[in-house]
Design a protein around this ligand. Structure first.
Ligand SMILES: *Cc1c(COP(=O)(O)O)cnc(C)c1O
Length: 394
């Protein structure tokens, strides 16, 4: 069949995005109920939403933020990252994982990924530890938890804080435990392409009361009215600013949407796993394509489904495969450009070539559409398009 990029008919008439929210009537009613209530921000729904997420992941505390990036920034504050502190993280992640370190004046240090899981390699973390290392930000890439037992062991050996960037892995399990109570602090994002959405939103879950208090302080200008924490008390109106915090609060409107979405999380994750099983069947045995590998301890919640087109196997480059798939109306994407390749990081002096696995991975990866609302026909369209392009370029 003639490829759409060469003038043939595309597999689909309209573009299938790589990710998308699924909002239903119950979500809309929940938001309207909040809009009609006395509180549209800082009301009772935020705490309900936090409780629902904490219960789901099995953590004692949760603090919601206006987005996941703000939540990561708060986690770096709570971990006491300050000027000159080094924080080890993965280069194959969204910018926010390491930017949150920069916000605090810290120094992101990139440790290479493993060639199979694309998650940070614990041996590479060990090799990057210095006397200035303060924390590790592990990223659960694509929904597959990082090797948390090994990472926690390293952290214990060196007195480091572990922050898990679990923006991709709400609903995933590691070694039989839900992601969210493994690290010192775990961040989830509620951006519309993630597992559940609140429009914009993020949360930190933790078992530590100390982190919990710091996160709450940071979210609201570093300000407290809690009588037990005040240094003095002029009267019932009195508040104190004890740290330099931000306005990183989420609204009740967003929390209402998030809370309603939490009720569907289990079915969303199930559907993602079902779609991935269909993809795996279709692509597992195709020569020159590498399908996602699963570590035996992890049960991914599948934020992303990524194929690697082995360099040099097809007659065309990854870029040309990408463009051909786009022309078939498949909303492919690439996750991610190694963070240190970015001009801003280059200006800071980060060297290209420092993480060879990450760079090799970046040259070969293509993300296929994956979201729970995909119809069976959408899944078949993706498979047909990939095989069509593959056959034409073989
Ligand atoms: C989405 C995402 C974030 C940031 O979340 P926002 O809610 O968009 O600020 C951080 N890290 C990773 C890996 C993400 O995918």
């Amino acid at each position: 069949m003639k490829l759409a990029i060469e003038g043939g008919n595309p597999v689909r008439k309209s573009l299938l995005p790589y990710g998308q929210q699924w909002i239903d009537g119950a979500d809309i009613s929940a938001v309207i109920t909040t809009l009609e209530s006395n509180y549209i921000t800082q009301g009772p729904i935020i705490a309900e939403f936090e409780q629902a997420v904490a219960n789901y992941v099995g953590a004692k505390y949760a603090v919601a933020f206006c987005n996941g990036t703000a939540a990561l920034h708060a986690a770096c504050f709570a971990a006491d990252i300050t000027a000159g502190d080094e924080v080890i993280t993965s280069p194959i992640t969204f910018l926010a994982s390491s930017n949150s370190v920069l916000y605090q004046g810290g120094i992101p240090v990139f440790a290479d990924i493993k060639s199979d899981t694309y998650n940070i390699d614990p041996n590479e973390i060990r090799a990057k530890i210095t006397p200035h290392t303060k924390a590790i930000i592990a990223v659960d890439f694509s929904g597959q938890p990082a090797e948390m037992d090994e990472i926690i062991r390293i952290a214990e050996d060196h007195g480091l804080v572990v922050i898990e960037d679990a923006a991709h892995s709400l609903g995933a399990d590691y070694d039989g435990c839900k992601v969210g109570a493994l690290a010192n602090m775990t961040m989830f994002s509620f951006h519309p392409v993630k597992h559940i959405t609140s429009g914009e939103g993020g949360i930190i879950t933790t078992n530590s009361k100390d982190y919990f208090d710091k996160l709450q302080l940071f979210r609201s200008h570093g300000m407290t009215k809690d009588p037990s924490k005040l240094l003095q008390n002029d009267g019932p109106w009195y508040y104190e600013m004890q740290e330099l915090g931000y306005n990183y609060r989420i609204t009740d409107i967003q929390a209402a949407l998030g809370l309603s979405q939490m009720r569907k999380l289990t079915s969303f994750v199930e559907r993602r796993r079902e779609i991935v099983a269909t993809y795996q069947n279709a692509f597992e045995h195709v020569e020159g394509i590498i399908t996602p590998f699963q570590h035996y301890k992890s049960n991914s919640s599948w934020h992303l489904y990524i194929l690697r087109f082995v360099n040099g196997y097809l007659k065309k480059s990854r870029k040309e495969v990408f463009e051909a798939l786009k022309a078939e109306n498949i909303g492919v994407n690439v996750h991610y450009i190694p963070v240190y390749n970015q001009p801003y990081y280059q200006k800071l002096g980060y060297q290209i070539g420092q993480c060879t696995q990450a760079e090799k991975y970046y040259e070969e990866a293509i993300t296929l559409p994956l979201f729970p609302k995909m119809a069976d026909q959408d899944i078949q369209d993706v498979i047909s398009a990939v095989l069509k392009v593959y056959q034409a370029y073989k």
